[in-house]
Write a protein that binds this ligand. Structure first.
Ligand SMILES: [Zn+2]
Length: 240
């Protein structure tokens, strides 16, 4: 592989048996790679890259932002989410019981002096978990008679690719801890979605008809949940 520099941007060039020039900005570091037909000379490659410099810089900025967002260190000044609202994190060290409190637009994370990142994260996650857990009994009490199912157990865990899952035989539902950061109606949507799976395993027309009857705006909620900021979540799926 060879490379060239175009306006301060290093571009990797790969010659292949292809017909057109393909340009790609690769996450997470924003590396620029261009695949080029074998017969195309460097001057042509350079002008193709130059023509798309604005696009390349936008893509690089986007990847940099995503990498930064994924790399939160739980330090004062970061943005953190709760119930669909953004808060500015303020870490307060002191000899008090670790806690999280929301004050206007600030999320106050109280920890003992010298708490490292892992400790700060544990305090915040415990708070998210407790908050979600408190919302579940009233939601279940409301939806069990409507859906016509009894949920044996509803638990919270960290999941990388799903918002929720369920074990139909055990009537057990799992919810993604990330839902604590989302508006309550989106938590409700995932819960109802999983409860409906206790009646219908697949995402078929019966499943959608059941949802239409229970939660007529479920498509809006689904789409809202899959807009950023998301943890890479897709539509909820069931567990095995
Ligand atoms: Zn599903």
């Amino acid at each position: 592989m060879k490379h060239m520099e175009v306006d301060g941007i290093r571009v990797e060039i790969v010659r292949k048996d292809i017909k057109h020039i393909y340009l790609r900005v690769c996450p997470p570091d924003g590396r620029v790679r261009v695949s080029v037909p074998r017969r195309v000379d460097d001057a042509t490659v350079r002008s193709a890259v130059t023509a798309r410099l604005d696009w390349i810089r936008r893509q690089q900025a986007r990847h940099a932002g995503e990498a930064r967002a994924a790399r939160r260190e739980l330090v004062t000044g970061e943005t953190h989410w709760y119930e669909g609202r953004a808060y500015r994190l303020q870490v307060i060290e002191g000899e008090h019981h670790p806690s999280v409190q929301l004050q206007d637009g600030t999320m106050e994370l109280r920890v003992r002096p010298g708490s490292d990142e892992a400790k700060r994260r544990a305090v915040l996650e415990a708070w998210y978990r407790k908050s979600l857990k408190e919302k579940l009994p009233p939601l279940l009490a409301h939806w069990e008679p409507k859906v016509g199912v009894q949920v044996a157990e509803c638990r919270i865990r960290k999941m990388k690719t799903r918002w929720g899952s369920c074990n139909i035989a055990a009537r057990r539902i799992w919810l993604n801890l990330e839902l604590a950061k989302k508006p309550s109606e989106l938590l409700e949507w995932i819960l109802v979605h999983e409860m409906v799976h206790l009646l219908e395993r697949r995402h078929n027309s019966r499943f959608r008809a059941l949802l239409d009857g229970l939660l007529p705006d479920w498509r809006l909620r689904r789409d809202a949940l899959n807009r950023p900021p998301v943890p890479g979540g897709k539509d909820a799926k069931r567990e095995s």
